[in-house]
Design a protein around this ligand. Structure first.
Ligand code: CDP
Ligand code: CDP
Length: 228
């Protein structure tokens, strides 16, 4: 069968995880799996269903049995996320309204259990670079490689502020910093699968590193036998 290898990349918001994971997957001839997009898709769907993700935990949990989500290989060589058989649109799930509620959805234990099985199924895709908050700690505790990619709160706010389409109209560096800080607070203090480095993860602080420097630092840790 095909070679299976999991590389876990965790870290706080706007640290550069997606950028690094995407490039690493390309370099290793594997698939890039974004679990944040799965949580964002769920948050978007909950909002669309008219359920309040902040106040109605039971209401959110009640929606899950009728829903499904999975990644499938796409024509471009990457993966496409599907929700109930329909392709997920980045424009929908990167919206500021979704970012504002996604951490509330992600702290619900029923939601995390629902995600766990779907994310573990991605193993079958072969070589995967999976990005999120709990990949090295919970989803793939036996992953061969685990990285925790981070940057200072100021640097992360700056990076997110410069990303078009991901900040609300009228946002300032200060409001973006506050939104990220709030999301990090909820993500790191929740009872189930909180954001934290796995005990055996390599922590990479990326302040002052550009994207190429980050990817080289990650690649340097990958054994020759795992590079194509
Ligand atoms: O792109 P950004 O770093 O802003 O966030 P993301 O990776 O898209 O994740 C959005 C949110 O989903 C996070 O703030 C977490 O609340 C949640 N999440 C999670 O709880 N566990 C994961 N493995 C991935 C995301
Ligand atoms: O996935 P995550 O939210 O951790 O971050 P990202 O979406 O990969 O990166 C957030 C922004 O920071 C992007 O616009 C990247 O181009 C930028 N970035 C950077 O300026 N320097 C780095 N070393 C990594 C990312």
């Amino acid at each position: 069968g095909c070679k299976q290898l999991q590389i876990a990349i965790d870290g706080p918001a706007a640290a550069g995880k997606s950028t690094a994971a995407k490039k690493l997957a390309t370099r290793l001839g594997g698939y890039y799996v974004n679990t944040g997009d799965m949580y964002r898709t769920l948050a978007w769907a909950v909002l669309r269903a008219g359920v309040d993700p902040r106040a109605d935990e039971a209401g959110v949990a009640a929606l899950l049995p009728q829903w499904d989500m999975h990644y499938r290989p796409a024509a471009d060589g990457g993966l496409q996320l599907y929700f109930n058989g329909e392709t997920v649109r980045q424009d929908d799930i990167r919206a500021p309204e979704v970012a504002a509620v996604v951490s509330y959805i992600a702290q619900i234990p029923a939601v995390r259990a629902w995600m766990l099985s779907r994310q573990r199924e991605c193993r079958a895709l072969g070589v995967i670079v999976m990005e999120g908050r709990d990949i090295g700690t919970v989803i793939f505790p036996d992953a061969k490689y685990k990285f925790f990619v981070t940057a200072s709160p100021e640097e992360r706010a700056r990076r997110r502020f410069l990303q078009k389409g991901e900040v609300a109209d009228g946002a300032t560096l200060a409001t973006v910093a506050a939104e990220i800080a709030e999301r990090d607070r909820i993500d790191s203090t929740r009872a189930t699968a909180p954001l934290k480095p796995a005990a055996d993860a390599r922590v990479l602080m990326t302040d002052g590193l550009d994207q190429d420097a980050v990817i080289e630092a990650l690649l340097a840790r990958i054994a020759v036998e795992d590079r194509p």
